[in-house]
Ligand binder design. Structure first.
Ligand SMILES: C[S@@+](CC[C@H](N)C(=O)[O-])C[C@H]1O[C@@H](n2cnc3c(N)ncnc32)[C@H](O)[C@@H]1O
Length: 271
């Protein structure tokens, strides 16, 4: 089959289902089915039969709104190429800024200890350790598959972080106190309508109780007793979570995302 013919047919099928950017989706799925870099779709002319078969299986999955990342098994975060397992939260572009803010908050601290709570694919923890090799990074997740996924990413990338399974800080009680706690916790208010793709992601990674602030407030209140004296927290939030109950030992700042929504909460211990 000719590449252009496959791409046009894929685009036609996806467009009919109302998938956004159907041609780009087709290019990504064909490249993945063929094991090509994306640009190769523009220079190759023919695809073998087995690749065409796999590609149209991928198109069928995408038609059912399975996220592209679950089909290809890959996702980019900052400059990292990560593996993402089906059923593990797919890192979002806005979380890259959370990781960057966390890195700025530890500038000037030598050999910082970092906890990444609810690590998913390990994206935040891995990027921090990549940029700050002197840091000791611990990450936790309550979901066994996420823990396996983060461990696989660490191994593939040769980045040394400790990934532990368990509820928030519970696997970390014997670890050194952190200079910084970072987290992109589940923060969507329960019952909120979500795009069909998001329904393929695990509920425990998405929803944080009625106002979405259940896990955020647990991180703040349990974390405050664990942090070092001048410790900080950087937490991704949603405007629906506000106002949050913030203990008086912290000064805080809320940064907005490019869409003008309150997105990153920074807590700095005062005393
Ligand atoms: C929104 S996802 C974020 C994943 C990753 N940090 C990212 O930004 O892509 C939230 C993660 O928190 C985990 N999680 C939910 N409740 C948890 C808990 N009580 N303790 C530890 N992890 C939890 C979920 O399994 C999920 O992987």
């Amino acid at each position: 089959m000719r590449v252009m013919e496959a791409l046009r047919e894929g685009k036609r099928i996806l467009e009919k289902e109302g998938i956004e950017e159907p041609f780009l989706n087709a290019v990504i799925l064909l490249s993945s089915a063929a094991g090509w870099e994306r640009w190769e779709a523009w220079v190759k002319e023919e695809i073998p039969e087995d690749v065409a078969g796999r590609y149209f299986e991928y198109i069928e999955k995408r038609k059912k709104r399975v996220p592209v990342e679950y089909i290809t098994g890959k996702v980019k975060f900052c400059e990292l190429e990560l593996v993402v397992y089906s059923g593990v939260f797919i890192p979002r572009p806005e979380t890259e800024e959370v990781a960057e803010v966390a890195l700025r908050e530890i500038e000037g601290i030598k050999n910082p200890v970092i906890y990444d709570i609810g690590t998913g694919t390990g994206c935040i923890a891995l990027w921090i350790k990549k940029k700050r090799p002197d840091a000791t990074v611990f990450s936790t997740d309550i979901d066994k598959r996420a823990v396996e996924n983060a461990k696989e990413n660490a191994k593939r990338l040769g980045i040394e972080i400790s990934v532990l399974e368990g509820d928030l800080f519970s696997p970390l009680h014997d670890k050194p106190a952190p200079d910084l706690i970072v987290s992109n916790p589940p923060y969507i208010p329960e019952g909120k309508e979500l795009p069909p793709e998001v329904r393929y992601e695990p509920e425990d990674a998405l929803f944080g109780g009625k106002k979405g602030r259940k896990i955020i407030e647990r991180i703040i209140h349990e974390g405050k007793d664990i942090l070092k004296r001048e410790g900080k927290m950087v937490i991704e939030i949603d405007p629906a979570n506000l106002p949050l109950n913030i203990p008086p030992c912290f000064s805080y700042e809320i940064r907005k995302d490019p869409a003008g929504k309150e997105r990153i909460l920074i807590l700095r211990r005062k005393e």
